[in-house]
Design a protein around this ligand. Structure first.
Ligand SMILES: Cc1ncc(COP(=O)(O)O)c(C=O)c1O
Length: 423
């Protein structure tokens, strides 16, 4: 199979050329297109399945086996015959265990009533958007952003307002936040460590943003899904530990997807003031109901009897990621015209392709944008990446280094060769 035959690409062409749909679809379908990160991940997998050697740096997940206590507890939960609905917001024991985790992270007393267990962080974020955003509300989102944030805000009827951080080291400044606030602003989304840039917000910046949010009466949606994956010397700072005075306006979102290598199992959570949890849970009760019961039991065991093992698993992952990151940066130092601004956490590297756009590939065709580069990298270098259009930045390219070290090295060497051939 060649790139041109790929179902993921031909499907787009087929849709584009098909007859208009006669029975109308809802207007809101125009607000949503399939996630670009998912498309690139699928494209990489298809080519690999067809026999091509592909370094799949498009996926937003660890390329490692599942954390052992999670696997064992899931098997035990199946054997124990757990097959029923649970409470919408999760098993009471799991909510208690997560409340304990949140108390550890924030340094604040936390009760199960302040926790809702969800099908991954994505559902937690969606429930939060539905709960906090009225039609017409503006929501500030530092850009590049994880592609789902603005889409969910739009679905909730709000207006995402992107804060361009490409000239400020991929971090927002207090001045740009203040300048973007209008009477319609309801919320700011903070994601640290950041997807796609890997940047980790330091205490000084978080403190200033917190003060702005308090002064302008804003909610802060704080997504710390990669918080367990910050290697020393960088540190992940939980916003409420830094600013406990903001407890009534901060909504924390976290998940076990990235930190336990269990993206497919779908367990995340919302930690927030109780009225938010009650309202978010009501939405969930009419959409997904409870998250998967076996996955809930598995996470419960990992947080209780399996906790020491889980902590050791995460420490090993941090070591592995730090080694991959060093390897990747070493190879990418060979790029001629592409600056790499290494983030401090998570498992992504983000390239600024600005100085390549407008030039020509080795075969003479124009480098129009990051999409063109990503397609070329897949076809020529066997590297699946995610172009920045998905993150609101058509000049950027995201690479995950959470893959096998040999694939990473081979893929990145081929990537450097391809990009350096751009004349
Ligand atoms: C910043 C961020 N938040 C949330 C999620 C969703 O995580 P989950 O798989 O737990 O739904 C992702 C997944 O890529 C992410 O990058």
């Amino acid at each position: 199979m060649t790139l041109a035959d790929s179902p993921a690409l031909t499907q787009d062409r087929a849709t584009a050329g098909s007859r208009p749909q006669r029975q109308p679809l809802a207007g809101r379908t125009a607000l949503v297109s399939a996630s670009e990160t998912a498309r690139m991940r699928t494209l990489g997998r298809e080519l690999a399945a067809a026999g091509r050697r592909i370094a799949n740096m498009a996926a937003g997940e660890l390329d490692t086996p599942l954390a052992a206590p999670v696997r064992r507890a899931a098997i035990a939960a199946i054997e124990a015959g757990h097959n029923r609905y649970t409470d919408t917001s999760g098993l009471p024991d799991l909510r208690s265990a997560i409340a304990g985790l949140v108390a550890e992270k924030t340094g604040l007393a936390w009760t199960p009533a302040g926790i809702s267990v969800t099908a991954g962080a994505k559902q937690a974020l969606f429930n939060a958007a539905m709960t906090l955003i009225d039609p017409g509300c503006e929501v500030l989102i530092p850009c590049p952003y994880w592609t789902t944030f603005p889409t969910q805000i739009r679905i909730a009827g709000g207006r995402p307002v992107a804060l361009d951080t490409t000239a400020t080291g991929y971090l927002p400044t207090p001045a740009m936040i203040r300048a973007a606030i209008t009477p319609a602003t309801r919320m700011i989304v903070l994601n640290t460590p950041n997807n796609p840039t890997g940047r980790v917000y330091d205490a000084g910046l978080l403190d200033q943003i917190a003060t702005i949010a308090r002064d302008h009466d804003l909610w802060i949606l704080f997504d710390e899904c990669y918080g367990a994956l910050v290697p020393a010397p960088a540190v992940h700072i939980n916003l409420l530990r830094l600013r406990p005075d903001l407890r009534d306006r901060v909504v924390l979102v976290d998940s076990f997807s990235k930190s336990c290598a269990m993206t497919g199992w779908r367990i995340g959570y919302l930690a927030a003031p109780e009225p938010v949890i009650r309202a978010a849970s009501a939405f969930q009760s009419h959409t997904a109901s409870n998250p998967n019961v076996i996955a809930q039991h598995a996470v419960l065991a990992a947080l209780t009897t399996g906790r020491a093992e889980l902590d050791a698993f995460q420490a090993d992952i941090r070591t592995l990621l730090a080694a991959n990151r060093a390897l990747a940066l070493d190879i990418l130092a060979g790029l001629d015209r592409v600056p790499v601004r290494p983030g401090e956490g998570g498992f992504y590297l983000y390239l600024d392709l600005g100085r390549l756009i407008g030039r020509r590939f080795a075969d003479g065709s124009p480098v129009t944008d990051a999409d063109a580069v990503a397609e070329r990298l897949l076809g020529e270098a066997g590297v699946a990446s995610v172009p920045g259009g998905a993150f609101g930045d058509p000049r950027g390219l995201r690479l995950s280094y959470a893959i096998d070290g040999d694939d990473l090295a081979t893929g990145l060497r081929a990537l450097v060769a391809t990009l350096n051939r751009i004349a």
